[in-house]
Design a protein around this ligand. Structure first.
Ligand code: COA
Length: 158
């Protein structure tokens, strides 16, 4: 997980975004990942016995969401990474997580992501997510909130 996050930082540096730049040093980033690893479920997508995409399923964050939103039935994802781009590995994992969330009766799939990275926002939009709002919380540059209405989407697909 540490390695994949480090690689993502290097990849993003070539993408014209300030995502993951400034702020936390590497040791703190790794410590935060360790904390999440102890506290939450991580799921992965495997190809040929190798984990090629991963994400954490965490509790929605009260910094960003209203009490009403926090109370809704949802799956909340974080720490979403692939080991290789352009293969659809992330899309495959996201689809599997959405499928499981639907089976569990969740209404929403939600996440927060880097506030200024419009290409990343475009990725989520292309996968059926709607921008809810962007929160300006000091020290939290990942304040762009996205959600997918799983009930609406499953009706649409029938
Ligand atoms: C987000 C992610 C898991 C999706 O994986 P995937 O479904 O396999 O998709 P890809 O990695 O092939 O990316 C698909 C497209 O989205 C773009 N994209 C994805 N994440 C991006 C980001 N953070 N910033 C800019 N562009 C991004 C890619 O450049 C690619 O664009 P292209 O089709 O024009 O080449 C993966 O892109 C990733 O690890 N990104 C870096 C870490 C990250 O930003 N995670 C999300 C945190 S909320």
């Amino acid at each position: 997980m540490h390695r994949v996050r480090d690689d993502a930082g290097e990849w993003l540096a070539t993408k014209g975004t300030d995502q993951y730049r400034g702020g936390l040093d590497v040791a703190q980033v790794h410590a935060n990942i360790d904390r999440d690893f102890d506290a939450h479920e991580f799921v992965g997508w495997q190809v040929g016995g190798q984990v090629v995409a991963m994400l954490a399923i965490i509790a929605p964050e009260a910094d960003f969401w209203t009490p009403e939103e926090l109370a809704e039935a949802q799956t909340y994802i974080s720490r979403f990474f692939v080991t290789e781009h352009g293969r659809g590995y992330g899309t495959a994992l996201l689809g599997a997580v959405e499928g499981r969330a639907r089976q569990e009766g969740m209404r929403w799939l939600r996440l927060n992501c880097w506030s200024t990275n419009t290409r990343l926002h475009g990725y989520y939009r292309a996968h059926g997510y709607m921008h809810v709002r962007t929160c300006d919380v000091p020290g939290r540059p990942s304040g762009a909130l996205f959600e997918k209405d799983l009930s609406a989407f499953s009706l649409e697909r029938r």
